[in-house]
Write a protein that binds this ligand. Structure first.
Ligand code: UD1
Length: 341
């Protein structure tokens, strides 16, 4: 069965391609390579033993999207990762984000709306909850005004899919609201490849450990949390990838309860920034150079998932601990920086 993975050369996309192949799906990737490298295909092949099909297409080119679906009528499901994801950049260049993340989503949904049976998984984010009033966060927590155009594209994306599903019973869709993905494939053959200075905590930590950065700035230690630093729900990217396969299978097997559903994808455990640093020190056997600095504007205090819905309805549960995820992140960093133990 053929599955289209847009953004399949990216961090979460590439891990999902491997998990799809492991379950026997034939994968075709679309990626414009704006934030990913074609070499990732080799990494995927060396894990799964199968080279996925690949087409370099910019999804903003509507005619090419239309042409793709004409040429690949056998595509039974789409997992849509392709999007821009830098929060700060989205504030500076909002239209880039609305065009990349919303325009392309609309084009794909238009093509899927022509099919008799279409199955669609959307990369959403816990960012839609903002600072939720209650922890852990359930899917029924209110969606708060987005802090950035990036966050807004996830909220709007969900609404666009919901509205489209309402008028098209042949389209089935699931939005997965990711918490904080981290780590790499345990083989260290694929992983995260941030361009420039990483904005996210874990790649910044591993790059500091590898000597690419002098020190990590911890953004604030005066939050009302156990150790004063912010709490997040860090999920191993392989667990997250598996959640996509389970969600897609639910749609393909017609097990969905309505034709639009939403699930949190996290571990259910919150970890502080200092706990993440401690986990890195354990994995690497090194002391991390860090200093406490002022809070980062726009940061929320705490966000971790109530995963009951995904556990019971999808039958999916995160398996890896923070330490296991950190070990894989460090193994990957060592591999790409050619660091010997
Ligand atoms: C960020 C984005 C969010 C996006 C998510 C994707 C912001 C405000 N939010 O979330 O929209 O969906 O990434 O993974 O950018 N930290 C440090 N020092 C650093 C980097 C981070 O102390 O150099 C702290 C942050 O203050 C935060 C935690 O580490 O408490 C995690 O930060 P980060 O990895 O950027 O993720 P989020 O802020 O949760």
């Amino acid at each position: 069965m053929k599955i289209l993975v847009t953004g399949g050369l990216g961090f979460i996309g590439s891990h999902t391609v491997v998990e799809l192949q492991n379950k026997g799906f034939n994968v075709i990737i679309i990626d414009d390579c704006s934030n990913a490298d074609e070499k990732v295909l080799e990494g995927i092949k060396s894990i799964s033993g199968k080279m996925p099909e690949f087409e370099k297409i910019d999804l903003k080119e509507k005619d090419k999207v239309e042409d793709f679906f004409k040429r690949h009528e056998d595509v039974k499901g789409v997992i849509h990762f392709a999007a821009s994801k830098a929060v700060g950049e989205s504030v500076q260049e909002p239209l880039k984000y609305y065009e990349n993340n919303i325009g392309t989503l609309v084009y794909i949904l238009k093509e899927l709306s022509k099919k008799n049976n279409a199955n669609f998984i959307f990369s959403s984010s816990c960012t839609v909850y903002g600072q939720a009033d209650e922890m852990p966060i359930t899917e029924s927590a209110p969606v708060k005004t987005a802090e950035s155009p990036y966050g807004n594209t996830k909220q709007m994306g969900e609404e666009i899919i919901f509205d489209t599903c309402k008028v098209n019973a042949d389209l089935k869709a699931i939005s997965l609201r990711y918490f904080n993905p981290m780590g790499a494939h345990p083989s260290a053959k694929i992983g995260e490849l941030p361009i420039g200075v990483p904005q996210n905590l874990v790649p910044f930590i591993t790059q500091t450990g590898a000597g690419l950065r002098d020190e990590l700035s911890v953004f604030g230690d005066d939050y009302p949390t156990s150790d004063g630093t912010c709490i997040r729900d860090y999920i191993h990217v392989v667990d997250l990838a598996k959640a996509h396969v389970v969600a897609l299978t639910r749609l393909l097997e017609d097990k969905n309860e309505s034709n639009y559903e939403v699930f949190n994808v996290g571990t259910g455990t919150g970890s502080s920034v200092l706990e993440v640093i401690a986990s890195f020190e354990k994995a690497s056997g090194k002391k991390l150079n860090y200093k406490i600095v002022a809070r980062r504007a726009g940061d929320i205090i705490s966000a971790y998932a109530d995963t009951t819905k995904a556990n019971t309805i999808l039958g999916w549960k995160a398996e890896s601990t923070l330490d296991e995820a950190m070990q894989s992140a460090w193994d990957w960093e060592k591999k790409i920086r050619k660091i010997q133990d």
